[in-house]
Design a protein around this ligand. Sequence first.
Ligand code: BEZ
Length: 238
Amino acid sequence: MELEQEQQQFSMPRIGDKAPEFKAVTTQGDINFPSDFEGEWTILFSHPADFTPVCTSEFMTFAHLEEKFNNANCKLVGLSIDGLYSHIAWLRTIKEKIKFNGMKDIEVKFPLIEDISMEVAKKYGMIQPGESKTQAVRAVFFIDPKSIVRAIIYYPLSLGRNFDEIYRALIAMQASDKFNVATPADWYPGDDVIISPAGSCGVAEERMTNTDDLKCEDWFFCTKKLDKDTVLKEILKK
Ligand code: BEZ
């Protein structure tokens, strides 16, 4: 039984899996996940605990950026192993008292899941016992409109997340889907994108002689221009 419990704690969805289903109570009412969020991207993220400073800085940042994420067709959903009333009290305190990085009077409008039973945290591998047996690590799950897990980032308890990277990854994955390309290291909209590698000797040859819109370093490494406005027009709502 102990082993089964340990395995449950360590189990986590992988990239390409359907997002595990759950029903939960949140600060914005009950949710059925992921079905309530189908048709848009969702970022499901965990934090260790309410009323802790790093988490507070992250929540303020996420709330401040919520509209920007929504404009990129993405909803935010938070989780910690705390109860609903703790969540409500913490969010009220944030709005009433806390200033951080020039932000103040910040209202968290996205749902924050209560997960006292750790049911959801265990399903998503958010409990990493070597780090903490009682608090979730800082996990970020990117879930696409068809409820498929597309990317996962984990941070330890002491490290606040980089929100530029979270937004960049969201836009890059959407650009890959829309334009059938891959994005190289440190890509931002407007940078060149990578086209899929040649799958035959003929295509490899063509790539090396192509003088049109491709720039090939070698047969397996070809990029092309993708205009920033074209990317953003396709992805952003306004
Ligand atoms: C924090 O959010 O400040 C925090 C939470 C758990 C452990 C360390 C820091």
